[in-house]
Design a protein around this ligand. Structure first.
Ligand SMILES: NC(=O)c1ccc[n+]([C@@H]2O[C@H](COP(=O)([O-])OP(=O)(O)OC[C@H]3O[C@@H](n4cnc5c(N)ncnc54)[C@H](OP(=O)(O)O)[C@@H]3O)[C@@H](O)[C@H]2O)c1
Length: 248
C-alpha cells in the first residue's frame, strides 16, 4: 500500500527516498531500483511530477518531521527557521505557514528574498547583527535548526519550547546547552514512511509546496556538484540531472 488509497499500480508516479551515507556525506545513485511499497508515496492520478519536484522529497520529509512531529506546530505559533535557505529550511517555512504559524527565517544572503517569497516574515542574514540579536530573544514557540550551532539558537526559543535539529549528529553534544536554556531539543530523521511521502506528493501536486532549485548539474558534473556543496551562496536544492548521461 502507499498511503490510504489502495495498492500502487503500474503507471503510478511515486516518491521515494534513496539511501544516504550520512557519515561520509554521500548520496546514492542507481540505474535500477527495487523498493518496498511501504517506502513509496504516491502522486495523485494524472499528476506527472517534474524534475524539480524531486528536490522536495528528502528535504520536505525532514521538514515535515521537524514541523509536525518535532515541534507540533499549531495555528498562531511563532516559529524560527535557522538555515532556511537550503531544501530543509525552505520546505519548513512552507509547511509551517500551511499549518497557520508565522515564520521568521535565518539564511545566507543569497536566499533572503526567496525565503520572504515563501512566506517568512522577518528574514535575516545569519552573519548580520540583527540575527545575532535574535539569538537571545526568547520569543519563539519552536525553532528548526537546519544549520549552524544549535546551542547558539536555543535562547531564541521561549522556555519550555522545542528545538528540532535536522543534523542528527548535533543533537547529543547540544543537550547540556538545551537543558541550561530550558528548551526541549529533538533530533529529526526524514525516514521513509509511505503516508508521509504521499502527504508530500499530494501537497506538491496541489502546488502547496513549491520546489526551489538553486543549482543544476549535468551527469558529467557530479564532481563539481560535490565540490560546491557547503561553499556558500545556497538558495534551495541542487539537482544532478542524469538524463543526459551516456548509456554504458
Ligand atoms: N537536504 C536534505 O534533504 C536533508 C535531509 C535530512 C537532513 N538534512 C540535514 O539538515 C541540515 C540542512 O540541510 P540542507 O540541505 O537544507 O542545508 P544547506 O543546503 O546546506 O543549506 C543551509 C542554509 O543555511 C545557511 N547557513 C550556513 N551556515 C549557517 C549558520 N552558521 N547559521 C545559519 N545559517 C547558516 C546557508 O547559507 P549559505 O549557503 O549562504 O552559507 C544555507 O542557506 C543539514 O545538517 C543536513 O545534513 C538535510
Amino acid at each position: 500500500m502507499a498511503g490510504s488509497s489502495g495498492p500502487i499500480k503500474v503507471g503510478d508516479w511515486v516518491a521515494v527516498v534513496l539511501g544516504l551515507e550520512p557519515l561520509r556525506g554521500r548520496g546514492t545513485t542507481v540505474e535500477l531500483l527495487a523498493v518496498e511499497p511501504s517506502r513509496c508515496g504516491r502522486f495523485p492520478a494524472g499528476y506527472v511530477p517534474s524534475v524539480e519536484d524531486c528536490a522536495l522529497v528528502l528535504g520536505g520529509l525532514t521538514a515535515l518531521r521537524a514541523v509536525r512531529n518535532g515541534l507540533r506546530v499549531r495555528r498562531g505559533d511563532r516559529l524560527l527557521v535557522v538555515g532556511a535557505g537550503g531544501p530543509v529550511g525552505m520546505a519548513a517555512i512552507q509547511i509551517a505557514r500551511g499549518c497557520g504559524a508565522s515564520v521568521d527565517a535565518i539564511a545566507g544572503r543569497t536566499a533572503l528574498e526567496r525565503c520572504r517569497g515563501l512566506g517568512a516574515e522577518h528574514v535575516r542574514d545569519y552573519r548580520s547583527p540583527e540575527a545575532e540579536a535574535m539569538r537571545g530573544s526568547r520569543s519563539y514557540d519552536g525553532v528548526v535548526v537546519a544549520a549552524g550551532s544549535p546551542a547558539a539558537w536555543f535562547g531564541a526559543a521561549c522556555r519550555g519550547a522545542t528545538a528540532a535539529l535536522t543534523d542528527g549528529g548535533s543533537w547529543l553534544p547540544s543537550v547540556p546547552a538545551a537543558m541550561r536554556a530550558g528548551v526541549h531539543s529533538v533530533p529529526i530523521a526524514a525516514g521513509h514512511d509511505c503516508d508521509d511521502l504521499t502527504w508530500l506528493a499530494r501537497r506538491i501536486a496541489a502546488g502547496e509546496l513549491v520546489p526551489v532549485v538553486g543549482r543544476r548539474y549535468g551527469a558529467a558534473e557530479v564532481g563539481r556538484a560535490h565540490a560546491e556543496l557547503g561553499s556558500g551562496g545556497t538558495c534551495g536544492a541542487r539537482i544532478i540531472d542524469h538524463r543526459d548521461a551516456p548509456a554504458l
